[in-house]
Design a binder for this molecule. Sequence first.
Ligand code: PXP
Length: 262
Amino acid sequence: MTAQAAQTAAPRRLRLGVNIDHVATIRNARGEGYPDPARAAEVALMAGADGITAHLREDRRHISDADIEALADLTRRRGRPLNFEMAVTTEMEAIALAHRPHAACLVPEHRLEITTEGGLDVVGQHNRVAPVVASLKGAGVRVSLFIEADPAQIIAAHGVGAQVIELHTGAYCLAVRERRATAPRLLAALRDGAAQADALGLEVHAGHGIDYETVGAVAAIPQIAELNIGHFLIGEAIFAGLDPAIRRMRALMDTARGGSAA
Ligand code: PXP
């Protein structure tokens, strides 16, 4: 077995990034200050999240500029990573450069979408994506590209110099929830994509739509180093509380990795 294959075969501990955007969605429904995403981030870190993920959308529909400031401050004080999700725009690039989060995940963004639909088209937008990747990397930010498990997109992500890709698990998770026959094929594509990216030297993350039912199959993909999970956990917090919901998700992730919590 080669050294690289041995590394891939080892059950590395899977990191959990908790996306707290929808705490802000609830707060903004009232237009006041409660509930506070930074308080949710504190709870998430105490419950076993390794880092905090937040998406500052161009329309500021959930997370605000002040939230990003508070989260950057909190994660710095706690020594935990902040993963800043952002569209590929000069405005977001400037904000990322001002805060210098641990990581930035470049995502496609359309004003009329309800949530991030599909992955970033790195093949088609190579000339737009490459300079932003270079600028963020130059500032010491680890750059991830949120893409579909498509071989051409993975090669393009490597080509523009990203250190990380985040595989879009939305289609697979929806297929499982709706009991569609396409689920096994979509899971196989995620497996193949993770192996392809790992072989290129990219770190592999995954996220979107993951719940208790789908987390096991995704977490069992050995090349994946991090999952980013939001909407389901914030929804589940209504019924179980945020802390127990995150602990249960963490436990399912560890079980899928053969009980490896180290
Ligand atoms: N990763 C990325 C890049 C995302 O855009 C999102 C949604 O904001 C997530 C992960 C989390 O998805 P969900 O909220 O469905 O768990």
